[in-house]
Design a protein around this ligand. Structure first.
Ligand SMILES: [Zn+2]
Length: 241
């Protein structure tokens, strides 16, 4: 019996998440009873991660910094949930750390005080005019000004973008996200940076879209002319567009 073959077969309750190595050259020296030794050897030599799947727990064996991106595997198998305990075993230093399954979702966790329900409520009313539509959406930063709304984004402009722009699809839920920021605010003494943020209302993760370079062009394309910003902010000064 070839021990190396047994450990990489699909008959074991363990699954190999990544295969970067070539051959397990030492397998002829191992016996069936060398399970843990084989795991250390293969994780080190082949730079593989071994995942043990238990009820409500996943144990990940990895060698130092050679840890695979576990997010696709966790998504496919429904493991990116807070009730799943993820035990990370660094077999190089024999250090064990514990995380939760939802730490392996794509995107960033939104701040605890982010008013997601308010954004969802406004998004649901994107085809309707509301009395507060010219007030700033909390937490937004655009680098533009609309009348008295400076640097933030008024709801009416977000609503226009929600009606026009194609929504980003959440990498976790495969559902449309909500655009929660657009623009190019100042990020340094001489720098402006495009800032397009999308949030998923289901998994509460935010995603940054760095693909948009021409922000004024995006504004012209995705906002109706009546809600275009009238100025851009140069620090605290308004410069007419
Ligand atoms: Zn999601």
């Amino acid at each position: 019996m070839d021990p190396g073959k047994k450990w990489t077969s699909g008959n074991s309750p363990s699954y190999w998440a990544e295969w970067e190595g070539s051959q397990l050259r030492d397998r002829e020296f191992l016996t069936f009873n060398d399970g843990d030794r084989i795991i250390r050897l293969v994780v080190r030599r082949c730079r593989l991660n071994l995942l043990e799947l238990h009820p409500d727990q996943v144990v990940v064996h990895h060698w130092g910094t050679h840890r695979a991106d576990l997010r696709p595997f966790f998504k496919t198998h429904g493991l990116a949930r807070p009730e799943i305990e993820v035990v990370l075993r660094d077999r190089k230093k024999e250090i064990v750390t514990t995380q939760n399954g939802d730490d392996f979702l794509f995107g960033d966790r939104i701040d605890a005080d982010f008013p997601l329900d308010l954004f969802i409520s406004k998004w649901s009313s994107r085809f309707n005019l509301q009395p507060d539509d010219w007030t700033p959406a909390p937490g937004t930063r655009s680098g533009f000004a609309w009348g008295g709304v400076e640097d933030s984004i008024p709801w009416i402009a977000l609503k226009a973008a929600w009606r026009q722009a194609a929504p980003l699809i959440c990498l976790n839920c495969d559902q449309p996200t909500i655009l929660t920021n657009f623009g190019q605010p100042w990020t340094g003494m001489l720098n402006r940076t495009a800032k397009f943020i999308h949030v998923c209302g289901t998994c509460r993760r935010s995603f940054r879209d760095d693909s948009i370079k021409d922000v004024p062009g995006w504004v012209a394309l995705n906002l109706e002319a009546e809600v275009w910003p009238d100025c851009e902010m140069v620090w605290d000064r308004r410069v007419k567009l």
